[in-house]
Design a protein around this ligand. Structure first.
Ligand code: 13P
Length: 256
């Protein structure tokens, strides 16, 4: 049975005090969230707060910490960069890689993203690999080809053992931060496509075991119907993860 995951990507938001308060406000509701081995919460605060948030979540079962990015290099003279080894050393468990904001604003290529995935895996951390098409591609109706290329150039270079350890997030760029969510049918169609592509390349068992999250304007109102589909295994939530009430409503909307 594959894991159901609700991940909150805080992006470049919150002060230190706000971050600690937000973690506390989310975890205080722990008992009502019905978390288990198969239904987990991942929180991705900004780098400076990761170590403290990791300590706060240490004794909370089924809560995990993610970094929003890591370097494609393992160590050395890369001023301002953060390595996967550093993140592992503060007990971060997941790393978001290839987010569309990193691809667009920081010119991250599929080749660089693949290196980041390898760095995360070498440190026994789980990469959350993001893919998804911009608006003009969706309007041209070439989104399947676009996503296929993202998969082909990146995660299809992984071995069977490596791909088993990743999580995928489908985030159509036109739905990110726009309030314009993909419909459950649109999202399910792409998730099913991605799972099928994995099946063609790595076989049915691996394809059935990989969690594929949906991201793009997930909120407390639309989460339940998105999650009530065959191939959506949770959400990668931006804006709504900054509000503890909304985020916990989204967590509750995910059936284990
Ligand atoms: P929003 O939920 O704010 O649309 O952001 C989605 C996202 O980019 C998560 O990584």
């Amino acid at each position: 049975m594959r894991k159901k995951i609700i991940a909150g990507n805080w992006k470049m938001n919150t002060t230190y005090e706000e971050a600690i308060a937000l973690v506390n406000d989310i975890t205080i509701q722990e008992n009502q969230l019905h978390l288990s081995e198969n239904k987990i919460v991942v929180i991705a605060p900004p780098f400076p707060y990761l170590a403290h948030c990791s300590t706060l979540l240490k004794d909370k079962a089924h809560f995990y910490i993610a970094a929003q990015n890591c370097s494609e290099h393992s160590k050395g003279a890369y001023t301002g960069e953060v390595s996967a080894a550093m993140l592992a050393s503060i007990q971060a468990n997941y790393i978001i890689v290839g987010h569309s904001e990193r691809r667009t604003y920081f010119q991250e290529t599929d080749a660089v993203i693949l290196q980041k995935i390898k760095q995360a895996l070498q440190q026994n951390m789980t990469p959350i690999f993001c893919c998804g098409e911009p608006l003009h591609i969706r309007e041209n109706n070439t989104h399947f080809e676009f996503i296929q290329a993202q998969l082909q150039n990146c995660i299809f270079h992984l071995s069977d053992d490596e791909i088993k350890k990743i999580v995928i997030a489908y985030e159509p760029i036109w739905a990110i931060g726009t309030g314009k969510t993909a419909t459950p049918q649109q999202a399910q169609e792409v998730h099913c496509y991605i799972r099928n592509e994995i099946k063609n390349n790595f076989g049915a068992a691996i394809s059935a075991s990989i969690s594929i999250l949906y991201g793009g304007s997930v909120n407390a109102t639309n989460a339940a119907e998105l999650f009530d589909t065959n191939d959506i295994d949770g959400g990668l939530v931006g804006g709504a993860s900054l509000n503890a009430t909304d985020f916990t409503t989204i967590i509750k909307a995910m059936q284990a």
